[in-house]
Design a protein around this ligand. Structure first.
Ligand code: AMP
Length: 643
């Protein structure tokens, strides 16, 4: 018997669960489902987004609905249209083997009469945003006087968005006898007030610690000078070739400006904020979901309810005014048990906010240093090398090979590799050669075990290791693995930096023989580990300098090579993902999907809008003719041209 069967779910739900590929219940599901199935009760469940809440209330709800009765029996309120649609689709998926269950989504910005018509046809479950629901009640288009279940999803978000009045009115219209299930990531006073006013002895379940962040998210901060914020963002993107991120800014203006700069600089980015029309926002979200946008730059309000799996990073380009908002931001990553990283780019004057956030999320931040140009080049090159190693050769290239061989016949393997890498990286290297290191020095503020310790590089050796996040390591688990395998002390392994297919770490020079000897003879799940001494020292690189050194570099003013003219393919809507490095590949496993990755095209030949390079060519983009130019690999060489 699998764990879902033990929860008491019906055969038809178990069949749907099998189709969904859920192997075992998440914590909130394990806790909530048996209680909700057992009896009609009120419940307050404290759980972050991404923990499987929809199924936690969706499964028992579907089981309890009387499919032979077409009256509205349940109302699910959720903060945004986006979330509303997601829940609706989730319920449809879960109930696919249940005959006669109808679910209708009700939200603003779409035809109210059509929604009313759908409900009239007999919808047992309505999923609604509070504003539109209130509107429908006022116009007499919906009758919730006989509902048995009311679910408030992301209650804290709904209240944050100013829906208190609507929620109170809606709940007052519904029968007192119904069961209310309230799901919330945090428990601010307003949520507690709703619970007190409208619920009867609710059972309380908590997933993780109250108000605390998700344990699958690690928190990092990068201390920079204010003028370097944007440059730091770019470097973070460059040093994480598979980044798939939401970047948070404080205002609509900053959001738009950062997105525009990123697009101009060759990144696959787009803005999401309230000044966009609904259709524009839908377009952006569709592209983001489809992984055609790699970095979504968003305001807090616009990003509410973003529920996209496999987001690798949340970047706080600026910290929110309300520290509590940080929790909502970081909850966009690390979903469904996957690992995620929440990054804060912070200036000295904001540093104290980090401690306040730590208190709220009850987790520690790791201080990291903005990667140096050398480190980025190394990461990118190794990423490319890994991609070359992993790429499946398409039989379709067969016919072209004789001519290509003829051109390259005189090159040795070594020369070929050198030239191939140079095609990709010459401009990239030139760009970063010119650019100084960024990390703001704040001795005393740094923490000793930060994974990028500020200890002097003198006497340290940096290593490259051929295992990474796809072997299920993050920097902490890799550090533990290395300490154990090498029998080293707690502080002997540092500056651990885990990429998808490889990693870096440092030890003091005295351990280097031991490291090379032991690690090169270790196997990990049948695979030989390979460790090499890296050229870089890591954690800010060899160029880590003092304030004087840095200031002479100028405020990020000397940006690298201007892209070749034709490469501004992002024009117009501008979601360019022509940075080949950018194919999303983390957790979601799209990296393993066949992709037309890394051609070594010149960006000059690139047709406008290469967004497709990012990610799943194999998923939903079949209408796109594969183009050599869209690999984006060469764009890696394309560095920002100005600050
Ligand atoms: P939610 O918190 O409901 O938005 O769920 C977050 C993500 O986790 C969604 O993509 C779900 O499909 C997925 N999910 C929910 N429950 C499970 C489970 N038991 N096993 C694996 N994935 C799940």
């Amino acid at each position: 018997m699998n764990k879902f069967e033990q929860l008491g779910l019906s055969e038809s739900l178990l069949k749907a669960i099998l189709d969904l590929g859920f192997e075992s219940p998440t914590e909130v599901q394990e806790k909530a489902i048996p209680l909700l199935l057992e009896k009609d009760t009120d419940m307050v469940a404290l759980a972050q987004t991404g923990t499987g809440k929809t199924a936690a209330f969706g499964f028992p709800l579907i089981q309890k609905i009387d499919a032979s009765n077409r009256n509205t029996q349940a109302l699910i309120l959720s903060p945004t249209r986006e979330l509303c649609l997601q829940i609706t689709n989730g319920i449809k998926d879960y109930s696919k083997y249940e005959k006669g269950i109808n679910v209708v989504a009700v939200y603003g910005g779409a035809s109210i009469s059509e929604q009313a018509r759908d409900i009239k046809r007999g919808a047992q479950i309505i999923v609604a945003t509070p504003g539109r629901m209130q509107d429908m009640i006022n116009r007499g288009l919906v009758d919730i006087s006989k509902i048995n279940y009311c679910i408030l999803d992301e209650a804290d978000e709904m209240l944050n968005m100013g829906f208190y009045e609507d929620i109170v009115n809606i709940l007052s219209t519904s029968p007192d006898s119904k069961s209310t299930w309230l799901f919330s990531a945090t428990m601010p006073q307003e949520v507690a007030r709703i619970a007190k006013q409208f619920m009867h002895d609710p059972i309380e379940i908590t997933v993780g610690t109250k108000n605390s962040g998700s344990s699958t998210v690690s928190h990092e901060f990068y201390l920079v000078n204010a003028r370097d914020r944007y440059e730091a963002l770019k470097r973070l993107a460059d040093s994480n070739p598979n980044i798939f991120a939401v970047i948070f800014c404080r205002t609509k203006r900053d959001t738009q400006a950062v997105a525009e700069k990123l697009v101009e600089d060759g990144y696959s980015a787009a803005a999401l904020h309230g000044d966009l029309s609904q259709a524009q926002r839908d377009g952006v979200m569709k592209s983001f979901r489809g992984k055609q946008i790699q970095m979504l730059v968003a305001t807090d309000v616009a990003a509410r309810g973003i529920d996209v799996d496999n987001i690798t990073h949340v970047v706080n380009y600026q910290l929110p005014d309300e520290i509590e908002t940080y929790n909502h931001r970081s909850g966009r990553t690390g979903r469904a048990g996957k690992l995620g990283t929440s990054i804060v780019i912070v200036t000295k004057s904001e540093l104290r906010k980090i401690s306040s956030i730590e208190r709220i999320i009850q987790q520690k931040f790791t201080e990291k240093q903005v990667p140096s140009g050398e480190e980025i080049c190394e990461t990118q090159m190794l990423h490319l090398a890994n991609k070359i190693k992993d790429v499946e050769v398409d039989a379709g290239i067969e016919g072209y090979l004789p001519a290509i061989n003829a051109v390259l016949a005189d090159l040795t393997k070594e020369e070929l590799i050198q030239k191939m890498v140079s095609v990709e990286f010459n401009r990239f290297i030139t760009y970063y050669k010119k650019n100084r290191d960024l990390s703001s020095q704040s001795a005393g503020e740094r923490r000793p075990d930060s994974g990028s310790s500020s200890s002097s590089n003198n006497g340290a050796t940096r290593y490259f290791l051929n295992i990474g996040s796809r072997d299920n390591f993050d920097w902490m688990t890799l550090k533990d693995f290395l300490k154990e395998t090498l029998d080293l002390g707690r502080d002997d392994v540092y500056k651990v930096d885990v990429k998808e297919g490889f990693s870096f770490f440092n030890t003091d020079n005295e351990h280097s023989d031991k490291v090379m000897e032991i690690l090169n003879n270790v196997e990990l799940e049948g695979r030989r580990i390979n460790v090499e001494i890296s050229k870089n020292e890591g954690g800010g690189g060899s160029g880590r300098r003092d304030h004087n050194g840095r200031s002479s570099g100028g405020g990020g003013g000397s940006f690298g090579p201007r892209r070749d003219s034709g490469s501004r393919s992002g024009g117009g809507g501008g979601f360019r993902s022509d940075r080949g490095s950018s194919s999303p590949s983390r957790d979601g496993g799209f990296s393993r999907a066949p992709r037309r990755e890394s051609g070594f095209s010149s960006d000059r030949d690139r047709a406008p809008r290469r967004s497709e390079s990012f990610g799943r060519a194999s998923e939903g983009s079949s209408d796109r003719a594969p183009r050599r130019s869209d690999d984006g690999s060469s764009d890696r060489a394309r560095r920002p041209r100005k600050s």
